[in-house]
Design a protein around this ligand. Structure first.
Ligand code: PMP
Length: 432
């Protein structure tokens, strides 16, 4: 295997560990899932990132999803420069957030009103508060392996960085808070029905990632999502689609738009800020009007809807709407997944959805051949992924540093980029 010079990254990581827990500001960045030294990125453009030692990588992590056009998209950059020239935080009403809110609500039927916050975590936290307030109930039903940010009550069997930890639950969450969370397996309606039999009167909402993408890409059946909504409503509970990843990625408007399903509340992040910090929650007007100052549920933010993020998000969504890259990205992702599977001579299986893909190592032991729950991921995944990750990294390919995270295709990835990847994966599995 090739060895790159990573001495600067190594030195920076040593310094970082002295002043920051684990040397990073978000756990998976530390490479603990694959071992080795995290690369310190100096700059990025298009489909590529360059580290502080001057190594350039073709990037399939893409900041974990926001950069659907790749790094430094010129339209987003221009909007940001324009916004910066006017000032970057007023703590007062301003017009760009209004334009973005109008753009979202006019194109996404379930989002009649929207409130901007600073992260996906905040969006979920607020949506849960609205659900609890609207129903007068305390419990939330979530699924094993779905990640909804680091809200206390959602850090139970949560995926994402926790998929790599000894326990699927975070320390520091009180038993009383965790006790308000009912956890059931994905792809199991009987378990959902049983949970409602037991706790139905106390469940304020079901929350789900409609395409769970934080513990591998755990494809769900569309009928499962439709039935969840029906069950929630039958019991007087609300349905929340956490579209922080899927929003504006799987289709303009996300899974709610793609499927025509009607959750009561949706959460967004990532793409709607064009890669700048943002989150949003949205839903039926009468629910959203429960939020302060219109209603009694308090939610606020000093930097919320800051005009730089808003301008970036607006440029991003307008470009997504006008260029409509979705079908092409989806076709290319499906074809890439198929070619990678072939290149691996069947040693990897790929699950893909829209422009997201995930490779699975090891024998899949399910009736329909799909992995739809975390406990069906083959035991070999962690170790096999780590080996392939390091081979590809040394060859100039940057994937998420965990076998339980998904990869993202951007419009910036060229056909030649993808051919190169297929070729390298072929070399890995069939060394000469
Ligand atoms: N929900 C989902 C589905 C997510 O994927 C994430 C982050 N990956 C979050 C919530 C939390 O978002 P943030 O990291 O912006 O707080």
């Amino acid at each position: 295997m090739k060895a790159l010079n990573t001495s600067r990254s190594e030195a920076l990581f040593e310094r970082a560990k002295k002043v920051t827990p684990g040397g990073v500001h978000s756990p998976v960045r530390a490479f603990r899932g694959v071992g080795g030294t995290p690369r310190f990125v100096r700059q990025a453009r298009g489909s590529r990132i360059t580290d502080v030692d001057g190594n350039t990588y073709l990037d399939f992590c893409m900041s974990w999803g926001p950069l659907i056009f790749g790094h430094q998209d010129p339209d987003v950059a221009e909007a940001v420069r324009g916004a910066l020239g006017r000032g970057w935080s007023y703590g007062a009403a301003e017009e760009t957030s209004l334009e973005l809110a109008e753009f979202i609500t006019s194109h996404v039927p379930v989002a009649q009103k929207v409130r901007f916050v600073n992260s996906g975590t905040e969006a979920v936290m607020a949506a849960l508060r609205v659900a609890r307030g609207a129903t007068g109930r305390s419990k939330i039903l979530k699924f094993d392996g779905c990640y909804h940010g680091h809200v206390d009550s959602m850090l139970v069997r949560a995926g994402s960085g926790l998929a790599e930890m000894a326990s699927p639950d975070s320390a520091g969450v009180s038993a009383s808070v965790a006790g308000d969370t009912v956890v059931v397996p994905l792809d199991d309606l009987d378990a959902v029905r049983a949970a409602f039999e037991k706790h139905g009167r106390d469940i304020a909402a079901i929350i789900v990632e409609p395409v769970p993408a934080n513990n591998g890409l755990l494809l769900q059946r569309e009928a499962f999502l439709a039935d969840l909504i029906a069950i929630a409503h039958k019991h007087g509970a609300l349905m929340i689609f956490d579209e922080v990843i899927t929003g504006f990625r799987v289709a303009f408007g996300g899974m709610a738009a793609r499927t025509g399903l009607k959750p009561d509340l949706v959460t967004y992040g990532k793409i709607i800020g064009g890669g700048f910090p943002v989150g949003a929650y949205a839903g039926r007007a009468e629910l959203m009007d429960l939020v302060a100052p219109a209603g009694p549920f308090y939610q606020a933010g000093t930097l919320s809807a800051n005009p730089v993020s808003m301008a970036a998000g607006l440029a991003m969504l307008k470009k997504l709407h006008s260029t409509d890259p979705y079908d092409a990205l989806e076709r290319r992702t499906a074809s890439l997944s198929e070619r990678l599977e072939k290149a691996s001579r069947g040693r990897l299986r790929f699950q893909n959805y829209a422009s997201m893909f995930w490779g699975i190592a090891g024998r899949i032991d399910t009736a329909d051949g799909f992995v739809r729950r975390p406990d069906r991921i083959p035991a070999a995944q962690k170790e096999e992924y780590a080996k392939l990750f390091h081979f590809l990294l040394a060859e100039g390919y940057y994937f998420a540093p965990s076998g339980f995270e998904v990869s993202f295709l951007a419009t910036a990835h060229s056909d030649a980029d993808l051919d190169g990847l297929v070729h390298k994966v072929g070399e890995y599995f069939n060394p000469r």
